[in-house]
Design a protein around this ligand. Structure first.
Ligand SMILES: N=C(N)NC/C=C/[C@H]1O[C@@H](n2cnc3c(N)ncnc32)[C@H](O)[C@@H]1O
Length: 418
């Protein structure tokens, strides 16, 4: 979010329609219901806008709104909901490819999957969806003997990928196709669909939709998906450093009492996820849990609209519950029955990756004690308009030892003689 000091634009307010209900959690937020017509006066950030509903103004989550058309019921947003121009434009430069290629854990894991299955890859037809610089396709061509690899890349990087394929002597095996995976025409079905599609919180960017579309169009019956499955992992955690940096800071900077700014700090820093967070194993207050599991053979595109997971964390370490941290793991099943599965884990107990982890801060920290349980649900809700975006909702509560004892008494259970 840009600085809160961004002046509210003087432009005429823009009409939007609420796609979801929103219940304000801070003094300057505006509650609304799905279907409400709001007027957006300013967009100080991409996440929170300043809007008006029936004469009342306040901050609203941009991802809950969709643009209402000019004509009555003519709800056609002129902007591209996939933001393809910006998205593929960013992959036409080296910055993101350098970041991904520099991630040894990520890139070596794909190489390990190829090497572990090199014999089974012999004479297979492979599709590498979103191949970028083509590194995975080159691994296949150099470390195994597939008959063909279709390297599909939508961005302008594809022109360079062709050069890299030639430069590395793989042009006999690797064919680079420039275009979107959803649209390219392959001459045949494939035995293996490999892609590196994972984003923050596993699905952010929603490139996974393109993988499922390509699967449905091009993976032959009995073909293999790499990754074959994926899990979103969650853990209740402490985050003392982040809390100190963004909230405690206002207690007495330079000996002054700036605590009236703390509600603003909570609003600005703790109401959206912190990507690229690095959690230490010692910050985990419970055993991490796989809260969402995706099977890449059965997952359907429509399932991506709303993905829900439940959790129940018995507290293992007493401490301050500042928030939840999320990360993901993906699995590459062996091409041979009974062969070893290869895993890429982006959590704190594995080699670091460029994804790091994602931290969701609570509005206010809570003390947790061994014996307590943090239970609840996580909901990943895809944005109905901006199709590469989503909101993450965490509903939770704490069942303390006392509550459990109370519950036991309430149930008139026979007291255990001790
Ligand atoms: N976020 C992670 N992990 N990887 C991003 C990986 C993105 C790469 O895949 C390409 N890509 C993404 N979606 C498609 C598609 N539908 N068709 C063809 N190429 C595509 C992008 O242009 C990047 O080069």
């Amino acid at each position: 979010m840009e600085t809160e000091k961004t002046e509210k634009e003087d432009a005429a307010p823009q009409p939007y329609v609420a796609s979801y209900n929103f219940i304000a959690s801070g003094g300057d937020q505006l509650s609304f219901s799905s279907g409400d017509a709001l007027l957006v006066h300013a967009k100080p950030s991409s996440v929170w806008w300043w809007a008006e509903l029936r004469g009342v103004t306040g901050y609203v989550p941009a991802s809950y709104l969709c643009q209402s058309g000019d004509a009555e019921g003519d709800d056609i947003s002129t902007e591209d909901p996939w933001q393809d121009e910006e998205y593929f434009g960013s992959y036409g430069t080296l910055r993101l490819h350098l970041e991904m290629l520099s991630d040894k854990s990520r890139t070596e894991t794909y190489r390990r999957a190829v090497v572990s299955n090199s014999v089974s890859l012999t004479n297979k037809v492979v599709m590498d969806l979103g191949c970028g610089t083509g590194v995975i396709s080159l691994f296949c061509a150099q470390l195994a003997r597939p008959s063909l690899v279709y390297a599909v890349e939508a961005s302008s990087m594809a022109e360079y990928t062709r050069q890299l394929v030639k430069q590395n002597g793989c042009e006999e095996v690797v064919t680079v196709l420039q275009g979107r995976g959803e649209e390219v025409e392959l001459p045949e079905k494939v035995d293996l669909l490999v892609s590196e599609w994972m984003g923050n919180c596993l699905v952010f960017e929603f490139m996974v939709e393109s993988v499922l579309s390509a699967r449905d169009r091009w993976l032959r019956e009995g073909g293999v998906m790499w990754p074959s499955s994926a899990v979103l992992v969650l853990v209740p955690c402490q985050a003392h450093d982040y809390f100190a940096e963004k909230m405690a800071f206002w207690e007495c900077p330079y000996g002054l009492d700036f605590t009236p700014l703390q509600p603003l700090a909570q609003q600005e820093f703790f109401t959206k996820p912190k990507f690229s967070h690095v959690i230490e194993p010692s910050d985990c207050l419970a055993d991490p849990c796989d809260v969402i599991c995706l099977n890449m053979y059965t997952l359907q595109i429509k399932d991506l609209e709303e993905i829900t997971g439940q959790f129940h964390f018995p507290v293992e370490t007493s401490g301050t519950f500042h928030g939840f941290t999320a990360w993901f793991a993906v699995y590459f099943e062996s091409l041979e029955v009974g062969g070893a599965t290869v895993e890429l884990n982006t959590g704190p107990h594995s080699e670091p990756t460029h994804w790091k982890q994602t931290l969701f801060m609570l509005d206010k920290p809570v003390s947790l004690n061994v014996g307590d349980c943090v239970t609840g649900i996580i909901v990943l809700r895809r944005n109905p308009v901006w199709r590469r975006h989503m909101s993450v909702t965490l509903d939770w509560n704490i069942i303390s030892d006392a509550d459990k004892c109370q519950a036991k008494r309430d149930k008139d259970l026979p007291d255990v003689e001790v």
